[in-house]
Design a protein around this ligand. Structure first.
Ligand SMILES: [Zn+2]
Length: 200
């Protein structure tokens, strides 16, 4: 039976790593979701256009990469509002949101409802930010039983705070490895939602 997995990438776009990931996805005809940092999206708007052209979902991560539990409700609200304003400048009105470190609070949930956005976590963390090799990350996936229908896989196409690596080459390799395994298991890589609204 056919199923789907969602490859998701946080913290980009990045001018070096995002294009390599997009190329790997395109080679397999796969679609993914990019939870972007808003300032990086504006700075590298060509990559946002490339994501959309490739059928990928552009989703919101943050303006400032700060834990929601460490901010007041005004701070989280302003982060979302200004972030969406910036994404609007590159033609995107996202409907999916992943808080920094997946740290959601009641305020996060209320804002998501108010803005008609769905919050997304993950059920498989590749820990790619730690600097593990592609092989090690694929072994870890295997040890946890491999890919399953409905998996939401957390990766990073850029460096966020706390990253213990210099670049995202291992994530490019991981993307290729995951897509090979998905194909072998009859799983399709799709976006987290089909409801992305794109401004005219
Ligand atoms: Zn992040």
């Amino acid at each position: 039976m056919a199923g789907t997995i969602a490859l998701t990438y946080d913290d980009g776009p990045h001018p070096v790593w995002t294009p390599l990931i997009l190329a790997a996805l395109q080679q397999r005809g796969a679609h993914a979701t990019f939870f972007v940092q808003a300032r990086r999206a504006v700075e590298h708007r060509d990559l946002i256009y490339a994501m959309r052209k490739g059928g990928h979902e552009v989703a919101f991560h943050c303006l400032d990469h700060v834990r929601h539990s460490r901010r007041g409700s005004d701070g989280v609200g302003a982060d979302l509002e200004i972030g969406l304003e910036l994404l609007g400048q590159v033609g995107v009105r996202p409907c999916a949101w992943r808080a920094p470190w997946g740290d959601e609070t009641q305020v996060t949930r209320e804002l998501a409802a108010e803005w008609g956005m769905r919050l997304w976590g993950w059920n498989f963390d590749t820990h790619d930010w730690r600097g593990d090799s592609t092989a090690r990350m694929l072994d870890s996936l295997k040890a946890q039983g491999g890919l399953r229908d409905g998996d939401v896989i957390l990766m990073h196409d850029a460096l966020g705070p706390g990253a213990l690596r210099d670049g995202c080459a291992a994530t490019v390799g991981l993307t290729e490895g995951l897509l090979q395994r998905a194909a072998a298991a009859g799983l399709t890589a799709a976006t987290v939602s089909a409801c992305e609204g794109v401004l005219a």
